[in-house]
Each structure stands twice: as C-alpha cells, then as structure tokens.
Write a protein that binds this ligand. Sequence first.
Ligand SMILES: [Zn+2]
Length: 323
Amino acid sequence: MTRSEHIRALLEEYAAQRAADEADQARRVAEACAREPEIARLRAESTETAFGAMRSILSGATAEERTAAAQQMKQRGKAINARIRALLLRAGLPEDALALKYRCDKCRDTGYVGDAPARFCECFEARLVTRMHEDGTMAGVGEQNFERFDESLVPDDAQREQLLATRNMCENYANTFPDTPVRNLLLTGEGGLGKTFLLNCIFERVIARGFSAVRITAFRMFEAMRRQHIGNDPAFEGFSALIDVPLLLIDDLGAEPMMRNITVEYLFTLLNERMAAKKHTVVATNLTPVQLKEHYGERVASRLLDRSVCAAIMLKGKDLRRQ
Ligand SMILES: [Zn+2]
C-alpha cells in the first residue's frame, strides 16, 4: 500500500469513528430523555427558539431590531441549557451527558486541524505511522490477543505456570501503558515459546486503548534502515518515525542479517534515542543476554538489558509449535 492509499483508508476509519461518536451521543440523549422527559421538550424548544430568532433576525428592519432578536435568542438559549443541566443532575447524569464526545478533541475525529490549508492532526499522523509500519508478513495480525490466549495448549505444568505469569505481566504492561511498572520489556527464549504471541497481544491492547505503537520484525526494520542508509525509500516513513513512536515492539531481534556499519550503529542510535526520550520499547529475541552482548557489542547490550528501565523475561520449555 502506498502512503496515499493508507491515508484514504484511514480517512474512512475516521468517518466511521465520527458516525460512532454521533450514534453514541444519540444513545445518551435517548437515555436522558427516557429518565427526564422534560429534557426532550426543552431540546425541541431550544431548536424552535433558534429558528424563530433566526427568522426575526432575517426579517428585522433595522440593525437595532436584529441585534435585539439575536440577544433574546442567546438569553433564552442560556436559560434552556441551564434547565437541561439541572434536570441531568437530578437524573444522576453528568452535565455534559448530551454532548458529542470525540476520541480526539483537537480534530473532533476529522483527522484535520486548522483552516485552509488544513493539515493532518497529530492523532492522524500517529495512526498513519502505525499503519505504514504494519508488517503484512507477521503471523497472526489481529488474531493474537490476550482474549485468545489459551494456556491449556501448554502440556507441561512448570512451563504453563511461567507462561501464565508472563502473560499477566504483559497484560498489565499493556493495560497501564504509558504508566507501566517498568518502561521496557525484553522477552528472551528459544523459538516457539510464545514470545511473538505475547508481543502481538501487547500491541493489540495498546492500540485498542487508543495509543500509537509500531510493531515490526527486526528483519524488516533493518531492511528499512539499510534502504534509508543507501538512499531514500519513499514508502518508508523514515528512521525518525521509529524513534518517535510512543511504543515500539521489535520481534525476532537477532534474526536479521548483520550489515556492516548499519546493524549495530542504527540499533544503538535507535535504542539510545528512545531511552533518552523515555519512550517504551518491547523486544523479543531468541538470543540469550550473553549472545546479545556477543552479537551487538557492549553498548547495545547494556541498553537492551538496563535493569533500571527494563524487565528481562526468559521463557523456558518446549517448542509449543511442535506438539
Ligand atoms: Zn486528532
């Protein structure tokens, strides 16, 4: 998908979001009116007042008459709103129970801010970055989430217990993001122990909670870095997007080819910059801490394993894909 195709698809999502916002408001209005029928009458009166005032403003012969009509409309509108608020409170509802509520107040879920030339809202830019980095080759996209986690697939008791504890920790991390107990997670262990699944679960939950996150395989990430290094790839939003995203999840670190002047240097810069900016990073790797040090060197390993900001979890057991 090209950038403009992603933009088109995302604008459709925003239109659907606005429709959902309006449906939500209509539901809240219906509920309030059911509890306090007077509210329905007041809302009708408010509309009628506005139309009536508009008619007298338009028909006003002099500027004074028009100003007086506008003034009158304002005051009646105010009085009606005050009565509606009082009724809402009496019904045990919040004062703004009838208001349209947006996921993003800055752009009111349009995706745009500012007058012509309008530009994309930061919420839109963040979701665009997430979309563009979505790796279509990753397994289980949209299917691997905490709800689908099934520990009964693990026959061994000790392994199941450890996986459950890790699952709970990951779910807590995703639920509390960005105020997580520890900023970074490192999931290590051999293939087939559930690391990718857990990484995908965290991603799905954090995205569902409305935050921006990028999930990427190390292989694809370094391929993008290589392209960035040798020239320019218009489809790739750039290294800076990986540095800026609030949550970056890197899967299968260590499976990528080692490229001179690229792999270690870019990885170090990425981790270092994210650390300095206090951004969250989750890494899954088949390499042990010792192997990470051998593979990427001391500087990278110290950032991956920094205990002051990172919880390292070592999964153990049998390959669950070979049951
Ligand atoms: Zn916005």
